[in-house]
Structures are given as structure tokens and as C-alpha cells.
Design a protein around this ligand. Sequence first.
Ligand code: URA
Length: 209
Amino acid sequence: MSKVYVFDHPLIQHKLTYIRDKNTGTKEFRELVDEVATLMAFEITRDMPLEEIEIDTPVMKAKTKVLSGKKMAIVPILRAGIGMVDGILKLIPAAKVGHIGLYRDPETLKPVEYYAKLPADVEERDFIIVDPMLATGGSAVEAINSLKTRGAKSIKFMCLIAAPEGVQAIQEAHPDVDIYIAALDEKLNDHGYIVPGLGDAGDRLFGTK
Ligand code: URA
């Protein structure tokens, strides 16, 4: 069963409040999402493996630790996921970035992939799929399917706000994929919005309607 990690660090919770606030304009919204993505990246990389190397400090030789060169990739789900990429890259600058685009089929209402571009060495990378909102979970489940079909073995899912319905959908379809969120909200409303949520993340990030 996927584990769910809620990052309740005070800085994340503080910034998330202003992200939720409808009076926060596009510029500030974008900056705050970027900052929260950086803070979440700090938490999500806690289990990165280290190895010991020997260096010379100005005083003496010392055995110290460095990251053991794990290959990472960030995959935003278009388009709102893009708003979280730069914030993560601030801490993991060598990560590759893939993209997955999905649209909702008007008849089946199911997400259908229209775009996917991933790093070549999919099987060797640790993937973090990002999307600010985990609502029904349809897109997240499909994005994970898409990565797995192409050979991905290690996938995490990261979002700002999740609805219980979305968490359950990932857990049922992909019990090997852990979920990292800043807040678990109450539910979805009849229009598919997370409540209390933050509205449409894509529109708020890009200033569209
Ligand atoms: N996508 C959004 O942008 N907001 C929601 O509340 C649900 C899905």
C-alpha cells in the first residue's frame, strides 16, 4: 500500500495559506508555489542514498558524505505541474525533466495521453511526478501508467493539495507509489474541485480563465 506523507512543516503550511487565498494574485501565487515546491523537495529527498568520500579540509583529511549519484527525473503533468518544476530543480539541479500531457475524453471522461517526452534511461531513474492538485486521481493514475509502460521502476507522486478520493485512487491502482502532499483536504465538490482547495491551479499559475 502506498504511504502518504503530509508535509506539515510550518513554512509549508504558512505559504499554502496564501496560495489558497483567492486574493493572492498570479505573480505571488507563482512565487509561493515555487517556494513550496522547493521546501517539499527538501523533504522528499530525505531518503537519498549517500556515500563516503575522503577530502582535504584546510585542517586535515576527512571522510565525509556526498550523494551517491542517484539519477532523478521530475515529470510535471501539463500544465499546472510545470509550476512546481523550477522549485524542485533549485535543490536537484541535475535532475532531468520529462513531460506528460493528458486530456479528458468528453465521452468516457477518462484521461487520455496526448504528449509524453521522458529521459531515455527511464528504467534507471527515480521519478517524481508533480501536479499541484490530486483531485479524482484520474490523471495521476494515468501518468503513473504511462511511466510504468515505458519501464519506470521507481516513482513518487508529489502535489500541494490532495482529496481523499485521489489518494485512494493512486493507492488502489499503484500501491508501490508513495504520495507526498502539503495538505489533505476534505473532499471534491460536484464540479470536481477540491474543497476548500485553491481553485484551478493552472489558471491561477498562468493567469488564465
Ligand atoms: N484541479 C485544480 O486545479 N483544482 C481542483 O480543485 C481540482 C483539480
